[in-house]
Design a protein around this ligand. Structure first.
Ligand SMILES: C[S@@+](CC[C@H](N)C(=O)[O-])C[C@H]1O[C@@H](n2cnc3c(N)ncnc32)[C@H](O)[C@@H]1O
Length: 336
């Protein structure tokens, strides 16, 4: 088969996924997607994209396998511990200094996978603010395109191996133990959990959140092609508060978007909201969600609701939160 024919077969497969299953894989780096398909086809002993397309059409459950293969959703608590230390000791205090008394603190964990990232920031905020202030002020939106991963995230239940990176003091304080099927599980504390809204959201298609103080999007953008990355960065700019921060993964950078963010710390990949968007950039924000036939997993109310909640405006008094800030020592012992 010629290279062109091979490409045409692959395009037909991508087209079916996009048009019939509302799963647009053209936003990802092509080589990565090809590698993932080959991996899955090898598992099924299928040799051509056309045969795989037939298989996909005849086995609806295959879509779930495919999405598990394509959307790598590995995550862990305090992933890149040093960077979380920097967030705790430098960025959160900055966010609090810029806030008025009792003003809400909004965080968005975009591409949260099975929830570890959202719970990590929740633990840090609860440690810094104290649980009362955390409950009063913090709202965390945690979103992902992968519904299976979100299911685990919502349950907030992890095995021994998954919590291995959490310091024993924090583990005892923020998790309840459950013993089941001869295995020890750790369930995130109810108080911490109830300030986190998990929702289905496609970064490349759905409307962004708004008024976010800290936007965490780690190890997601590396999979997106450069055009999609650019439009996602524009959405992130829109999502952030004037004094907001963006926290990327340790291997990620702001391809072609340096002008709309300013660098705060290169090692930890932390950026502040920069220059205003141009009209052209604004146009990139318009959501392109298509609701089509035969959607296997889509639950549109989920994404609509999470955006509505995120859009709610805040109105608080003018007093800055000096007292609280004074309680935060220059280096917070977070038992990291
Ligand atoms: C490697 S995980 C990263 C998890 C977590 N942020 C971390 O660093 O530990 C990448 C996640 O991005 C999600 N993802 C991929 N494409 C996405 C998209 N277009 N919109 C939202 N999430 C996406 C995947 O489903 C997966 O859960």
């Amino acid at each position: 088969m010629s290279k062109l024919e091979l490409e045409q077969e692959f395009e037909a497969l991508l087209n079916y996924l996009k048009e019939d299953l509302c799963c647009d894989l053209t936003i990802y780096k092509r080589l990565t997607v090809v590698r993932r398909f080959k991996h899955r086809m090898l598992e099924l002993k299928i040799n051509s994209y056309t045969d795989y397309l037939e298989y996909l059409k005849n086995h609806p459950q295959e879509y779930l396998h495919l999405s598990n293969t394509v959307f790598i959703n590995f995550s862990s608590f305090f992933r890149d511990r040093d960077s979380w230390g920097y967030i705790a000791n430098d960025i959160i205090p900055k966010i609090l200094t810029n806030k008025q008394s009792k003003e809400p603190i909004k965080v968005w964990s975009a591409g949260c996978a099975s929830g570890q990232e959202a719970y990590t920031i929740a633990i840090l905020l609860a440690e810094i603010l104290g649980i009362e202030q955390y409950l009063e002020r913090v709202q965390i939106f945690a979103t992902d395109i992968d519904k299976d991963a979100l299911l685990q995230a919502r349950q907030g239940c992890y095995n021994k191996l998954e919590v291995a990176d959490i310091n024993s003091y924090l583990l005892l304080k923020y998790f309840d133990k459950k013993f089941e099927n001869n295995e020890q599980y750790y369930i995130i504390n109810f108080n911490l959990r109830r300030k986190i809204i998990f929702g289905h959201h496609d970064l490349a298609k759905n409307a962004p959140m708004s008024k976010i103080d800290l936007l965490i999007c780690r190890n997601v953008l590396i999979y997106l092609n450069s055009e999609t990355q650019t439009s996602v960065f524009v959405r992130f700019h829109f999502a952030l508060n004037h004094n907001g921060f963006l926290f990327l993964g340790n291997t990620e950078s702001l391809v072609k978007s340096e002008d709309i963010f300013s660098l705060i710390n290169l090692k930890h990949r932390i950026f502040a909201k920069g220059e205003n968007l141009t009209l052209q950039q604004h146009l990139l924000i318009i959501p392109t969600t298509q609701r089509k036939k035969k959607v296997i997993t889509s639950n549109s109310t989920d994404e609509t609701q999470i955006c509505k909640t995120a859009f709610k405006a805040s109105s608080y008094g003018a007093e800055t939160d000096k007292n609280l800030h004074q309680n935060i020592s220059s280096s917070v012992d977070l038992h990291l």
